[in-house]
Design a protein around this ligand. Structure first.
Ligand code: SF4
Length: 384
């Protein structure tokens, strides 16, 4: 057994352990266990500094989860977009391939908790029909291995999957969605990296949410992946009490860049059963992004997105930078809230919305000469 497997085996997962280690009431712990099992491995447990801190909140079951268990189990309607078991085909050229139900840690905010940890829901027996679907759908050029966590498979099992995918010529890119570099970095071994790099282009999307998760061990894991030619991107989830603070996110993004992980997405928390207490107002995310753009390298600024409920896919959100727009100019504000006029190219086909013209900025400083700003807002004729 490898070290990481032994660490999974040593995870806190029983009701009695939850009571003893975290002081949960036994009745509550039993209900929480039935709702969504716990798995807290010794590495991630060691990152907790005090009860209720950002690491604790992500992994220790909380009574608040029982307050909204009537919410949707599958808020992103993945199951509606599953043509065969283990495949989610939402976008034309990409498909999600669920290869395993297990994870190195069970996150309390997980969107896929209806399946995670349940080998009946993500069954290895269904891999054949998934391979068949992928081989017949030539429009799919990008496959994202997910689960659960694909890196809970042994190297040999994972390699078998990669070999099958690499035999399909239309599949150009293989991405691996894994939280292991963050929650159990001991899983990233040189043997794993040597195997993965035989099947390039391989990308890894990982999931750090808080700067305390960047440790000597996770740095080593990400460095090994990067040294193997694997671009590593990060998908963080914005969560109340965990990282809903611009300074925390800024520190996280800067630390990620320093370990060669590229910030990719910052997700608005999904409306998932048992995770409502993590949700933040949209304003919080927009203000955080506003405090990143221009204040740290653009490399460190993730896309802030909502994964639209009902399966609409990712929708990017940006703070307002366009204050006003006419046929031939745009009034913009920069990261310091200074205002600039940009002469636009006249475009007969321009489609615009009146609302954009009516927004006021909270600007405190105007750089352009006042006389060049329009005295009144004229709405152009909508062409479409
Ligand atoms: S690692 Fe991913 S799939 Fe597994 S519990 Fe955490 S968020 Fe869910």
């Amino acid at each position: 057994m490898e070290i990481w497997q032994e660490m999974v085996r040593q995870s806190i997962h029983t009701v009695d352990q939850l009571v003893e280690k975290f002081g949960l009431d036994k009745d509550v712990a039993s209900k929480l266990d039935k709702f969504f099992q716990a798995r807290i491995n010794p590495y991630y447990l060691s990152l907790i500094r005090t009860p209720g801190d950002p690491i604790w909140l992500q992994c220790v079951p909380d009574e608040k989860e029982l307050e909204d268990i009537d919410a949707e189990e599958d808020p992103l309607h993945e199951d509606d977009m599953s043509p065969v078991p283990n495949i989610v085909h939402r976008y034309p050229d990409r498909a999600l391939f669920l290869v395993n139900s297990q994870c190195g840690l069970y996150c309390r905010f997980c969107t896929r908790k209806r399946k995670v940890g349940n080998s009946e829901k993500i069954s290895m027996r269904n891999l054949e029909s998934a391979f068949k679907y992928l081989s017949e759908h030539k429009e799919i050029s990008d496959v994202i291995l997910s689960g659960g966590d694909p890196l809970m498979l042994t190297d040999a099992m994972l390699e078998k999957i990669l070999i099958r995918l690499r035999k399909m010529e239309h599949i150009q890119i293989i991405r691996i969605g894994t939280k292991m570099p963050c929650v159990l970095p001991q899983r990233i071994t040189q043997e794993l990296c040597n195997m993965l790099k035989k099947y390039h282009p391989i990308y890894v999307n990982t999931h750090f949410n808080h700067p305390w998760e960047i440790t000597e061990e996770s740095t080593k894991a990400c460095t090994m992946l990067a040294d193997s030619g694997i671009p590593v991107g990060n998908q963080a989830v914005l969560m109340k009490g965990v990282n809903d603070d611009a300074d925390v996110i800024k520190e996280l993004m800067k630390k990620l860049l320093s370990i060669r992980v590229r910030p990719y997405y910052l997700y608005q928390a999904d409306i998932t059963k048992g995770a409502n207490h993590f949700r933040t107002p949209l304003r919080v995310g927009l203000e955080i992004v506003d405090k990143l753009r221009g204040h740290i390298s653009g490399l460190g600024v993730p896309h802030f997105v909502i994964d639209a409920p009902g399966g609409g896919g990712k929708i990017p959100l940006l703070p307002e930078y366009v204050i006003m727009r006419t046929d031939d100019k745009v009034i913009l504000r920069n990261y310091k809230y200074n205002i600039y006029e940009y002469p636009d190219v006249k475009d007969e086909k321009k489609v615009t919305t009146p609302e954009n013209f009516l927004r006021k900025s909270g600007s405190t400083k105007i750089i352009r000469k006042k006389k060049t700003l329009p005295k009144e807002i004229k709405l152009p004729v909508l062409t479409d």
